[in-house]
Design a protein around this ligand. Structure first.
Ligand SMILES: C[S@@+](CC[C@H](N)C(=O)[O-])C[C@H]1O[C@@H](n2cnc3c(N)ncnc32)[C@H](O)[C@@H]1O
Length: 838
């Protein structure tokens, strides 16, 4: 009997044809794909292979890829809308992920090198096209030593399997191709069996580390499917790759089998040759070989000293310090050796400086100066390290100089951290947090910290990479350059720093804060770093923008990655990870605000903080609506804020919120118009009355009992405009009342009665939500100052108000290069005062 096709089925088929046709048209037009590739996609759709996906593609064709994301079962990406090709690839990645368990344990087919190299070209083409990275289910890096692993061949590999307890001994064939954050290549084993390999976060010198025809080890290999659906060995943790030169001594016979046996002296000469050509990695390898070949006495000292120099150039500071110290002869009787010891100590001190171990650096230099008291380099470095020690102790930073020196070529600052005013403690329901170790006044420094790693968009093409994470099924941008930078740096960092970074919160805890050195390398869990970045990285504004800061165009304090309201899921241009400042928890009623100078974060108090109080800053803009705030903190950091403001905001009805939003919008517009219309006598009274009515309406939307002592956002612009108007009209009492009310709405009590004590005593905090409000506060104080200056008896108070504005300005900017703007503001108010108002 012929099968009957249901009407629904017929409809679906027709729809499929239509979508396939539209997709083909779309791809041809937008992506300029070769016709053959379009045909493949269209055929796949026609054959029903993408049946579920049909609907999603039709959404995409209507440019609604956000909905598709939600449909795929992941969180809707708010800003990153993947294109159709990406969606198809993502779909494939998802299907691959789901079907992985059914493939697990399947025997891998033997492949010859030519076939693998040909498919590598295909993989490279699709990677270049999409620059799209899939993050698989996390797995741990190998923590076993090479000696304890059983060597297997490629033919022993089975799919979707982490071969724990095993290692491969393989060699690279063909080129290594870097695309985005992964390096693609091909390898073969002693049987001539070949396989593709994907190495993530690879050492920048990977090609030198794994030269063709040189065998290397891959610990606990993982065989999976690549982006093209073909098998590939995936290496997520770079420490799973062990090159011949890093082999432990017990296995170094393998190395000598590979290279003709040279003497230590010959290796040293080879190293020096590479050094002259600035091929530092290869020079380092040669010096290592010299040491392994048994360099002794003077030769050992020379090789170690040269190796230290090379390691400094490669950023391997831990190793550099050890090599430098190993190069010290301590033989004061020989003037030649003494001079060489000076060099060795200088290299040790330079490494200590880079490791930010200021005390060690100073100690290394003291030893140097005993041998050569007037050594220029030594004396200069001692000056620098003493400046760092002073910053660390007494916060003696010259912020203005630091800002002036920033440029695109030099976006990083040379400063020490200042953390002694804070202590780490546990914060109920929030994990760890930072606490004030002493009383801290409004505007004062809480901490200064240089980023562990910071990346700037102009330095790398991978500052934001498209990533599909199979765990939350989330497609998003991710700061891949930062990820790679941290994974790399962790391998050459002091264990204590590694442990601190590893302790930072992240959804996947991986190796935890255990520090493990295996086979001479610091083991790093790349997935753990990924999740640490997701929960802790900060966006930083471009130093170029920072330099332009003037007057009230204050430096923007940018929120942590993914936290900005407008760009929601977009990855910021510049981002950084801070080891210590990451511990500051969130509140919509913060007591601290952050700003950045290059790669350093400066955190200041936005209200008086008593000893023992927790330091809190805002991860999301407190002025956003509560629903948006909570959605963001939940999506990015996995918590719901339970501060008093969130509590009050959530108790309000939707109707009240909508009413207020409408009044706020109108008030904002009117606040802008008001000054423009002041000169117009016909409009003036009318517009002022309108503003007063609107202000009363806006104020009326807040339930006084619910918001007792809490800030009421959105009122400031109209209050500031009215205060200016009253000031210009000479209505001092109304002006004063409006300014005091404006501060009250921002969560502050401002006293404008009489001068006395310190300027900051004029202000006391209830439960302010500042951060962005600082700008508005400075403006309001400008008006207050102008009003007070009119009366002779209030001149002293006026100066205190100006000083208070300055304190708040610095709390936000850290430098007072824009403080002249406050006076300029007063001048412009004076000009306005000449307008005929009455
Ligand atoms: C940047 S870390 C802050 C340090 C963190 N408390 C720790 O122990 O490492 C961000 C994480 O802290 C926690 N957190 C921060 N503020 C919070 C708050 N107001 N309520 C609950 N948890 C919070 C969340 O777990 C969030 O993912």
């Amino acid at each position: 009997m012929p099968s009957r096709v249901s009407p629904e089925r017929e409809g679906l088929d027709a729809q499929r044809q239509e979508v396939a046709h539209a997709l083909a048209g779309y791809l041809q037009k937008k992506k300029r794909k070769p016709a053959s590739e379009i045909q493949i996609y269209a055929d796949r759709i026609r054959s029903g292979e993408h049946d579920d996906f049909m609907r999603q593609i039709s959404f995409a064709l209507q440019d609604q890829s956000r909905l598709i994301m939600a449909d795929l079962g992941g969180e809707p990406a708010e800003a990153q809308s993947p294109g159709i090709t990406t969606l198809l690839l993502m779909h494939d990645a998802n299907v691959q992920h789901k079907s992985a368990p059914s493939r697990q344990g399947q025997q891998r087919a033997r492949q010859d090198p030519q076939t693998v190299l040909a498919s590598l070209d295909q993989m490279v083409a699709s990677q270049k096209e999409e620059s799209f990275v899939t993050i698989p289910e996390p797995y741990l890096p190998c923590t076993a030593s090479l000696e304890s692993l059983e060597v297997i061949k490629l033919s022993h590999l089975t799919t979707e399997t982490h071969h724990r307890g095993k290692s491969l001994f393989i060699e690279r064939i063909g080129p290594l191709i870097e695309t985005s954050i992964l390096t693609l290549g091909a390898v073969k084993d002693v049987d001539g069996d070949a396989e593709a390999i994907e190495i993530y976060h690879a050492d920048p010198h990977l090609a030198d580390m794994l030269p063709p025809s040189t065998l290397f080890f891959l610990k606990e290999p993982f065989l999976t499917l690549g982006i093209n659906g073909k098998s590939v060995i995936r290496v997520d943790h770079p420490t799973d790759v062990v090159d011949i030169d890093s082999l432990p001594k017990s296995l170094s016979s393998i190395a000598s089998d590979q290279s003709a046996t040279l003497t230590a002296l010959e290796w040293k000469e080879i190293g020096n040759g590479y050094f002259t050509k600035q091929e530092y990695f290869k020079a380092g390898q040669a010096y290592q070989s010299a040491l392994k070949a048994g360099a002794e006495d003077r030769l050992r000292l020379d090789v170690s000293r040269n190796l230290a120099r090379v390691e400094l150039a490669l950023g391997k500071y831990e190793a550099a310090r050890m090599s430098a110290i190993a190069a010290v002869s301590n033989d004061g009787s020989d003037p030649n050796l003494k001079a060489l010891d000076v060099k060795a100590y200088f290299r040790a001190a330079s490494a200590s400086y880079q490791l930010r171990d200021w005390e060690q650096c100073e100690a290394d230099l003291q030893k140097l100066l005993v041998l050569s008291p007037n050594d220029d380099d030594g004396v200069r470095l001692l000056g620098r390290v003493q400046a760092r020690l002073s910053e660390q102790e007494t916060e003696s930073y010259d912020f203005l100089q630091l800002v002036k020196r920033l440029s695109r070529q030099q976006p990083r600052v040379d400063i020490a951290d200042f953390t002694k005013r804070t202590l780490i403690g546990s914060s109920k329901g929030r994990g760890r947090g930072l606490y004030a170790a002493e009383d801290i006044k409004l505007g004062e420094l809480i901490l200064v910290e240089k980023a562990f790693v910071a990346t700037f968009e102009w330095e790398s093409t991978t500052s934001s990479t498209k990533v599909y994470d199979v765990r939350p099924k989330k497609f998003d941008g991710f700061p891949a350059a930062l990820w790679q930078g941290i994974v790399q740096k962790m391998q050459h960092t002091a264990p204590q720093t590694v442990a601190e970074i590893s302790r930072l919160t992240g959804r996947y805890s991986g190796l935890g804060s255990k520090t493990l050195r295996v086979d001479g390398s610091q083991v790093v869990d790349a997935f753990q770093i990924h999740d640490i970045i997701a929960a802790n990285a900060f966006a930083i504004p471009s130093p170029a923008k920072t330099q332009k800061t003037e007057a009230f165009g204050v430096m923007k304090t940018i929120l942590p990655a993914g936290a900005d309201s407008a760009k929601a899921m977009n990855v910021p241009d510049n981002c950084a990870l801070f080891q210590y400042a990451s511990l500051v928890n969130h509140s919509c009623l913060p007591n601290a605000t952050r700003m950045f100078i290059g790669d350093a974060m400066v955190l200041r108090a936005t209200k008086g903080i008593a000893k023992g109080e927790e330091i809190l800053h805002a991860y999301v803009l407190p002025s956003l609506g509560v629903t948006q705030r909570q959605m963001r903190t939940e999506a990015v950091w996995g918590f719901r804020c339970d501060c008093k403001l969130c509590e009050a905001d959530t108790k309000e009805s939707e109707e009240v919120r909508e009413r207020r939003a409408a009044a706020e919008e109108e008030a904002g517009r009117l606040a802008n118009d008001i000054v423009t219309h002041l000169a117009d006598a016909a409009q003036r009274s009318n517009i002022i009355r309108q503003a007063e009515r609107l202000y009363a309406r806006l104020k009326g939307t807040f339930d006084p009992a619910l918001y007792e002592g809490l800030p009421r956002g959105g009122t400031t612009p109209i209050q500031a405009a009215l205060a200016q108007v009253y000031c210009l009209r000479g209505e001092q009492s109304r002006c004063k009342t409006m300014i005091v009310e404006a501060f009250d709405c921002l969560g502050w009590t401002l006293s404008l009665h009489k001068a006395g004590g310190e300027a900051r005593d004029l202000l006391s905090s209830k439960a302010s939500y500042q951060t962005r409000a600082c700008e508005e506060m400075v403006g309001l104080l400008g008006t207050a100052c102008r009003m007070l200056r009119e009366n002779k008896k209030d001149r002293k108070l006026a100066e205190q108000v100006r000083e208070l504005a300055r304190t708040i300005y610095i709390a936000l900017n850290s430098v007072d290069n824009g403080i002249g703007g406050i006076d300029a503001e007063l001048d412009s108010s004076r000009k306005m005062a000449s307008l005929p108002l009455r």
